[in-house]
Design a protein. Structure first.
Length: 401
C-alpha cells in the first residue's frame, strides 16, 4: 500500500482512537467517582442507594442511584457503551495499519523470533483471542468468587503473557500487544457481560419479574477490573514513544511493575471518592516503582552493548559508516525503505553534521536500547553498536576537519 496513504490512515484512525478513548475513560472515571461518593440521606425515594450533589459549568446537579431500577422506567435511557466499542474497533484498526501492514518493521524482530509477516500477524491475533478466553474462564470459575485471589491470579497471568509476547515480537510490538490484550479484556467486559446483564435486568423489570442479583454482581466485578486496568493500558499504548521502556533487557519486568502501579494509584482516588481518607502511602509505592523502572531501563538492550568510558574513541568515519549503512535508508532526505514516506520524527542521519547533531537520539535508540533499527531490519551487529557506544562514551566527537 502507498506509504502516504498508510500515513494518512494511521493519523485518522489514531485521532479517532484517542478521542474515543478519552470519552470512554472519562465517562468511566466519572461514574466510578460518582458511585463511590454517593451518600444515604433522609427522605430519599425507595430503592435509592444514595445521592450526590455536584456543581459544574455554573449549574447544580442532584444525582441519585437506584440499586436496581426505579418503580417506573423512564421513557429515555442513555447507555454508555459506544465509547468502549469505538475505542476497541479504532484501536484494532490502528494495530492493523501500523503493525500488520508494517510487520517487517514494527511487529517482527528476527533477533527475538524469526517470523514471517503472516505468522507474526496470526500470533498477534491469537494473542488477543486466546488470553481473553482464559481470562473469561477465570472470572467464571470458582476463583471469581474471591476478588483478591482472582486479582492475584489475573496479575500473574498478565505478567506471563507479557513475557511470552517479548519472546515473540519486537519490544515495541510486545508492549502494544499486551496493551491491546488488556483493552480487549476491558471492552469484552462491557460487550459480553456488563451491557447484556443490564439489558436483561431492564427487560425483567419491564416484564414485572424480579431481576437476578447475580447479574449485577457479575457486572460489578468486571467494572472493578476495568477501573484498575485503565492506567496501565494508557501508558502501554503510548509506550512506543519511549524506547528505554520497550527495547531494553528487562522490558517485561517493567510491564509487571506498571501493572501493579496502576491499581495502586487508582486505589488512592477510589479511597478519597469513597470518603475513606487519603492513603498517601500509595504515592510512596508509586515513586519506588518508577525508580525501579528507571533503574531497569538503564540495563541496556537484550544483548548488552559496552563502550567503556576512557577508551579511545573510534574515528568519526567508522561511526558515519555504521550509521549511514544501517540507518540512513529511513533517516534521510529521501527515505528509501518501503513503507517509510519521510524520516521518522524528522531525524536525518545521512550527513556527518546530522549524525553528530543527533548523537543523543542515537544513544537512546541504538545503544542504551535496541529500538533502532526497528526490528533490526538492517541487521546492525553488536560490535557495531559497541563502536557507537565507545564514540558516545568519549563525548561523541564531531567529524574530523
Amino acid at each position: 500500500m502507498d506509504a502516504v496513504l498508510v500515513e494518512w490512515l494511521s493519523m485518522i484512525v489514531r485521532w479517532l482512537h484517542v478521542v474515543a478513548g478519552i470519552a470512554w475513560i472519562g465517562s468511566s472515571f466519572y461514574f466510578i467517582a460518582l458511585d463511590l461518593s454517593l451518600r444515604q440521606r433522609p427522605g430519599l425515594p425507595q430503592g435509592v442507594q444514595g445521592e450526590a450533589w455536584q456543581v459544574h459549568g455554573g449549574g447544580f446537579y442532584n444525582l441519585v442511584k437506584y440499586l436496581v431500577a426505579p418503580a417506573r422506567m423512564p421513557d429515555e435511557l442513555t447507555w454508555f457503551k459506544w465509547e468502549a466499542y469505538t475505542t476497541w474497533l479504532s484501536g484494532f484498526a490502528l494495530l492493523a495499519v501500523v503493525y500488520y501492514l508494517g510487520a517487517e518493521l514494527f511487529l517482527i524482530d528476527r533477533t527475538v523470533m524469526d517470523l514471517t509477516p503472516a505468522a507474526a500477524i496470526a500470533l498477534s491475533v491469537g494473542g488477543l483471542l486466546v488470553p481473553w478466553l482464559i481470562y473469561e474462564a477465570l472470572c467464571r470459575s470458582p476463583l471469581g468468587r474471591d476478588p483478591t485471589v482472582l486479582a492475584l491470579v489475573g496479575y500473574g497471568f498478565l505478567v506471563a503473557a507479557t513475557w511470552a509476547f517479548t519472546e515473540m515480537f519486537s519490544g515495541r510490538a510486545a508492549f502494544v500487544q499486551i496493551g491491546a490484550l488488556i483493552g480487549t479484556m476491558m471492552v469484552a467486559n462491557v460487550f459480553v457481560v456488563i451491557i447484556p446483564n443490564q439489558k436483561t435486568t431492564v427487560a425483567d423489570l419491564l416484564a414485572g419479574r424480579t431481576p437476578d442479583p447475580a447479574l449485577g454482581a457479575q457486572a460489578k466485578q468486571r467494572s472493578v477490573h476495568n477501573n484498575y486496568l485503565t492506567l496501565p493500558v494508557v501508558l502501554l499504548m503510548i509506550s512506543n514513544h519511549y524506547p528505554l521502556l520497550f527495547a531494553t533487557r528487562w522490558n517485561w519486568v517493567i510491564v509487571a511493575i506498571l501493572l501493579a502501579l496502576g491499581p495502586v494509584i487508582r486505589h488512592f482516588f477510589n479511597a478519597r471518592h469513597a470518603g475513606r481518607g487519603s492513603p498517601w502511602w500509595t504515592w510512596g509505592v508509586a515513586a519506588l516503582g518508577l525508580v525501579a523502572i528507571g533503574w531497569l531501563s538503564a540495563a541496556g538492550p537484550r544483548e548488552p552493548v559496552t563502550g567503556a568510558a576512557g577508551a579511545p574513541a573510534p574515528s568519526f568515519a567508522a561511526v558515519e559508516e555504521i550509521v549511514v549503512s544501517r540507518c540512513s535508508m529511513c533517516h534521510g532526505d529521501y527515505a528509501a525503505w518501503t513503507g517509510i514516506a519521510t524520516a521518522p520524527k524528522g531525524v536525518k542521519l545521512d550527513t556527518p553534521e546530522r549524525i553528530h547533531r543527533h548523537a543523543r537520539q542515537i544513544e537512546v535508540t541504538a545503544v542504551r536500547s535496541a529500538a533502532m533499527p526497528p526490528g533490526n531490519v538492517t541487521e546492525m551487529a553488536g560490535d557495531e553498536r559497541a563502536v557507537l557506544a565507545a564514540w558516545l562514551a568519549a563525548g561523541a566527537p564531531g567529524p574530523e576537519r
